[in-house]
Design a protein around this ligand. Structure first.
Ligand SMILES: Cc1cc2nc3c(=O)[nH]c(=O)nc-3n(C[C@H](O)[C@H](O)[C@H](O)COP(=O)(O)OP(=O)(O)OC[C@H]3O[C@@H](n4cnc5c(N)ncnc54)[C@H](O)[C@@H]3O)c2cc1C
Length: 314
């Protein structure tokens, strides 16, 4: 099917302003790397998501789902077919029950659309005196990306707060899965194995009396990120997963690789676990650098290190 034909199918149902043709993925990834996507489509309505799944299935069009693009490396030749950004932005705070003053654990459920940015949700929860989400306030992704990746920081992960997720399979059927069915593991969930679209998740958090406690935690985590992470350079966060019995960044540092570059890709001098884009990095630069790091760590320490970032495109 030609791109003109794909476009004609898209405009049948999707507003033109939500369809970007030959869109540079540099604009949609925190790494600011990657070629163009044939089509970059933003939707929030269920019927439109279903329609896109249907045309992709019927016409064999490649489909990639994206959140805020903060865990992705897009290859230099870009992405064929459709990149679909799920933009569901609903946020609903629902009381579990009426509390008495004597209740110590005052739980509250939050239903949140998969396109909501974690930082935005964190601010809303802060204003409502709801605690338990502070760990995620500095992670630059969306709910969809964070649930799929079981994103975590400062001793907490999404697995600790997700009650259930509403998903759609590629046949357009909608269903809910409970916490256990997510099969959460370190930076992993069922969504790596099943082609499900995350529509919204229900999170369980807690009311607290003193809003200051929430604010202080968020500020502390922010200071820690500013101090330890190279957030002034484009990256996709930690490039590699933590090892089961070793800290990957420490091994990379001990290989003397801090500051080591291939083209515009560099091992951050601030944090050896981050590959940063110093301005002109290509995906090829990053992948070459990743290979060098993996080989060095394997030779010096006998440890295989795994990527945390996801590579898409061609
Ligand atoms: C500076 C920086 C700091 C970071 N710090 C942390 C950290 O402390 N902890 C941590 O865990 N991560 C961290 N990350 C990595 C990243 O922010 C997280 O993995 C985040 O959860 C990814 O969310 P996203 O919306 O950007 O997802 P994307 O990168 O867009 O996508 C990630 C995956 O999720 C899938 N996906 C996204 N939305 C949906 C959906 N609606 N339905 C189905 N699949 C979907 C995509 O297809 C892809 O496979 C950091 C990244 C950066 C750049």
């Amino acid at each position: 099917m030609t791109n003109t034909e794909i476009y004609e199918l898209l405009v049948n149902k999707i507003p033109k302003e939500n369809i970007l043709k030959n869109e540079s993925m540099k604009k949609h990834t925190s790494f600011k790397i990657g070629g163009v996507a044939d089509f970059f489509v933003k939707v929030k309505e269920i019927d439109k998501i279903k329609y896109i799944l249907k045309i992709c299935k019927e016409n064999n069009i490649q489909l990639n789902i994206i959140g805020n693009g903060t865990n992705l490396l897009v290859k230099d030749s870009g992405i064929r077919g459709i990149v679909l950004k799920i933009d569901m932005d609903n946020i609903e705070i629902e009381d579990v029950k009426n509390y008495n003053n004597t209740d110590t654990d005052r739980y509250v459920n939050i239903i949140v659309g998969s396109g909501v940015l974690l930082a935005k949700l964190a601010q809303i929860l802060l204003k409502n005196s709801i605690s338990g989400f502070e760990f995620a306030s500095g992670i630059p992704g969306t709910i969809g990306g964070a649930v799929k990746m079981n994103a975590g920081a400062y001793g907490s992960e999404f697995k600790d707060i997700v009650v259930e997720t509403t998903c759609m399979n590629y046949n357009g059927e909608i269903f809910k899965i409970n916490n256990k069915q997510h099969k959460f593991e370190y930076r992993k969930s069922i969504f790596q194995n099943e082609e499900y679209i995350i529509l919204e998740s229900k999170l369980q958090l807690k009311y607290v009396d003193n809003i200051k406690i929430i604010k202080e935690k968020m500020d502390e985590y922010k200071r820690s990120r500013l101090e330890k992470q190279p957030i002034d350079f484009p990256s996709a966060g930690s490039t590699f997963k933590r090892g089961t019995d070793f800290i990957t960044a420490k091994l990379i540092d001990e290989c003397g690789l801090k500051g080591y570059s291939v083209g515009g890709a560099q091992i951050s001098t601030k944090h050896a676990g981050f590959v940063i884009n110093t301005g002109t990095a290509t995906a090829e630069d990053v992948l070459k650098l990743v290979d060098i790091v993996k080989n060095n760590v394997l030779q010096k320490f006998g440890k295989n290190i795994e990527l945390e970032i996801e590579i898409i495109g061609e």
